[in-house]
Design a protein around this ligand. Structure first.
Ligand code: C5P
Length: 208
C-alpha cells in the first residue's frame, strides 16, 4: 500500500495546526508543523541580532535552527511576524525545502501543515486540505490562545497583525499561500475543534 501523505495548508489561526495534529493522531502518522521551521529561523535571527531585512542574514540563520525547535518563544506574535518576513526569501525557502520533502517522503506516511505543502512541498500528497476561517474568528481564537497563555494582547492589534500576515503570505512571489487546484476546502468558522477534525477525516477518507 502507498503511504498516506496529508497536506494541510491555510492562513494563521485557521485551525490548521489543530486539524493536522488530530489527523496525525487519528491515522498514527508523524506530524510536522512547518511554520515552526520559519519561526525558528526568525528566532535564531533575533537572538543573534541579524537583520531581517537581509536575505543573506536570514539564510545564515537557517544553519542553526535545530536547537530552537522546542523553544517556547517560537509561539510569540513577534517571532511569527518576523517568520512571515523571512519566509518570503527564496533562499530561506530553498534551505528548508529538503528536510520538509524528506519528512513528507517518510515510508510511514506523514501529515504536514503550513502554507505551501500541497503546492510545493508535497504536490503528490494523497489528500490536500485547505483550512480557513473568517478573519474575525481567527483573531478571536488567537486572542483567546494568547490571553490564555498569560500574554496581555488587544483583539484589535491581533486583527491588524493577521491582516498584514495574510497580505504578505498571499502576495509574495516565492510559494505564496494559495489553495492547490486539487485541495479540499475546510472552513472552520462555525466549527468546534472536534467538528473540524471529524470533517477533515471525512474529506481525507474520500481521497484514499
Ligand atoms: O503557521 P505559522 O503562523 O506558525 O507560520 C509562521 C510564518 O511562517 C507564516 O506567517 C508564513 O509566512 C511562514 N510559513 C511559510 N510556509 C510554510 C509555513 C509557514 O511561509 N509552509
Amino acid at each position: 500500500t502507498t503511504p498516506l501523505v496529508i497536506a494541510v495548508d491555510g492562513p494563521a489561526a485557521s485551525g490548521k495546526g489543530t486539524v493536522a495534529r488530530g489527523l496525525a493522531q487519528h491515522y498514527g502518522l508523524p506530524h510536522l508543523d512547518t511554520g515552526k521551521l520559519y519561526r525558528a529561523v526568525a528566532l535564531s535571527l533575533l537572538r543573534w541580532g541579524g537583520d531581517p531585512e537581509s536575505e543573506f542574514a536570514a539564510l545564515r540563520a537557517c544553519e542553526d535552527i535545530s536547537s530552537l525547535m522546542d523553544d517556547p518563544e517560537l509561539k510569540s506574535e513577534m517571532v511569527g511576524g518576523i517568520a512571515s518576513r523571512v519566509s518570503a526569501y527564496p533562499a530561506v525557502r530553498a534551505a528548508l525545502l529538503e528536510r520538509q520533502r524528506e519528512f513528507a517522503g517518510s515510508p510511514a506516511g506523514a501529515v504536514l501543515d503550513g502554507r505551501d505543502i500541497g503546492t510545493v512541498i508535497a504536490p503528490d500528497a494523497t489528500a490536500k486540505l485547505f483550512v480557513t476561517a473568517g478573519i474575525e474568528e481567527r483573531a478571536r481564537r488567537r486572542h483567546a490562545e494568547l490571553t490564555g497563555a498569560g500574554l496581555p494582547v488587544h483583539l484589535e492589534d491581533i486583527l491588524i497583525d493577521l491582516r498584514a500576515r495574510d497580505e504578505r503570505d498571499s502576495h509574495r512571489s516565492a510559494a505564496p499561500l494559495e489553495m492547490a487546484a486539487d485541495a479540499l476546502l475546510l472552513d472552520t468558522s462555525s466549527m468546534s475543534a472536534d467538528e473540524a477534525l471529524s470533517e477533515a477525516i471525512r474529506l481525507v477518507e474520500g481521497r484514499r
